[in-house]
Write a protein that binds this ligand. Structure first.
Ligand code: SF4
Ligand code: SF4
Length: 79
């Protein structure tokens, strides 16, 4: 039997406090509900989402591609 490839997982999901504008598109687009409303503020005073459930991330990169401010950096485990 062929071993299945290792499951993709995120090592880190970073949201840049300098550039996030709090649009919450990442919260809406993530199919795994990794993001949630947070209580941190960005440098410009916007309410930033929280990375609430990083263990659910399937490393689809939708959030990175969707963020209009390029504020998300996804670091993959075992890329
Ligand atoms: S999509 Fe980008 S700018 Fe919008 S809330 Fe998420 S990280 Fe911030
Ligand atoms: S890579 Fe995909 S699953 Fe992971 S946080 Fe971004 S949108 Fe959600």
């Amino acid at each position: 039997m062929t071993p299945s490839p290792p499951k993709k997982a995120a090592r880190e999901i970073l949201i840049d406090v300098q550039t996030c504008k709090g649009c919450n598109l990442c919260v809406e687009v993530c199919p795994r509900k990794v993001f949630a409303q947070g209580d941190r503020r960005s440098r410009s005073g916007y309410s930033m989402p929280a990375v609430a459930a990083p263990e659910k991330c399937s490393v689809c990169f939708l959030c990175e591609m969707t963020c209009p401010d390029l504020a998300i950096t996804l670091i993959e485990e075992n890329p």
